[in-house]
Design a protein around this ligand. Structure first.
Ligand SMILES: O=C(COP(=O)(O)O)[C@H](O)[C@H](O)COP(=O)(O)O
Length: 325
């Protein structure tokens, strides 16, 4: 955090902590929480000059931005809200941020339900869908198909190390969908029974690569080999505008304790981290576009290679840091 920036509201700091610790997780949910936090910052601010207010909002955006690097929905949300900041007085600025954050949250919900309808059209009655991780965009497709009266079954990958597959399994059971939970290593075997692989995305690059939970790329390669189509459900806030100018998406590396506890390390015979046994814990991976059949958005479905056109239309050519005017 830049020392010259003002302190942020405790509610913003708490949201940032929750995102970093994955109490708030999943790209769309993170974006929603970030917009909400900016609105809180605006509502709670007690500064009396417009420039101090703007500085505070920038500081809040930076605090939120620095939590997790991979899901582009976070900077896209921050940018959207901050670009709506307008007015001459603090109260005008405050009102503009609160209204813009509300608009963003509303659009996010709308986009997810529209996307669900698009994705649902790819699913037929009786289909078996294999999922990875927990994606609200992916679930929206399944929910829409169920609302249309289609019967579905799910094969849910556990998704080590954080086991977000449990959240997916729980939600699908609430919806009455029969669920088979499998360990990640069993995916290829169970692809024989699947009609679709359905995943979400944290970011989509200009070449159509999909950045999503670690294990997505291996699943997609296996699905291609087995002839099972791979569908990615991703609202357009998952499009990563910086990749149009050649930037790559940073893959978050998480704490090794998510993979190996101290006791487990000791059982292997290694007493202390950093003494010969290295644990790597990348949270995401990159699936090349050739393994993806369709990217389903609120604007329709696209072959991955064509998303760049949509990206240009929505974001223009360049973006900059979210807090830059
Ligand atoms: O990879 C994950 C979550 O990773 P983590 O658990 O590490 O945040 C999800 O597939 C995407 O974020 C899409 O989710 P959504 O569709 O809800 O935006």
């Amino acid at each position: 955090m830049d020392e010259s920036l003002p302190a942020v509201d405790p509610a913003v700091a708490a949201t940032a902590d929750d995102i970093a610790e994955m109490e708030i997780r999943g790209a769309a949910t993170i974006a929603d929480a970030a917009a909400e936090a900016l609105a809180r910052q605006a509502a709670q601010s007690d500064v009396d000059s417009p420039s101090a207010f703007r500085q505070q909002l920038r500081a809040a955006a930076k605090t939120l931005y620095e939590t997790r690097p991979t899901a582009v929905s976070l900077p896209n949300a921050l940018r959207y809200v901050l670009r709506g900041m307008s007015g001459e007085t603090v109260s005008e600025l405050r009102a503009s941020i609160i209204a813009r954050a509300e608009e963003f949250q509303h659009d996010l919900t709308q986009a997810q339900s529209k996307l669900g309808e698009v994705g649902s059209n790819r699913l037929r009655d009786g289909d078996v869908v294999m999922t990875h991780c927990h994606s609200t965009d992916a679930l929206s497709c399944l929910e829409a198909a169920l609302e249309d009266g289609k019967e579905l079954e799910a094969i849910v990958k556990e998704t080590r190390p954080r086991k977000q597959g449990y959240i997916t399994a729980g939600r699908l059971r609430e919806l009455g969908v029969p669920v088979t939970l499998i360990v990640d290593n069993a995916a290829r075997r169970y692809l024989d029974r699947a009609d679709h692989v359905l995943v979400g995305a944290d970011s989509i690059a200009a070449d159509g690569s999909v950045i999503n939970k670690i294990g997505t790329s291996g699943l997609a390669v296996n699905a291609r080999e087995r002839g099972v189509p791979v569908m990615v459900a991703a609202q357009t806030i998952k499009l990563h505008p910086d990749t149009m100018t050649g930037h790559t998406v940073e893959i978050e590396m998480r704490d090794e304790l998510e993979v190996l506890t101290d006791n487990e390390r000791a059982a292997i015979g290694d007493e202390q981290a950093g003494e010969g046994l290295t644990v790597e814990n990348p949270a995401f991976d990159v699936t090349p576009p050739r393994y993806v059949d369709a990217i389903v958005t609120e604007r329709g479905q696209f072959p991955p290679e064509s998303v760049v056109t949509l990206m240009r239309e929505l974001f223009g050519e360049s973006t900059g840091e979210p807090w830059e005017p």
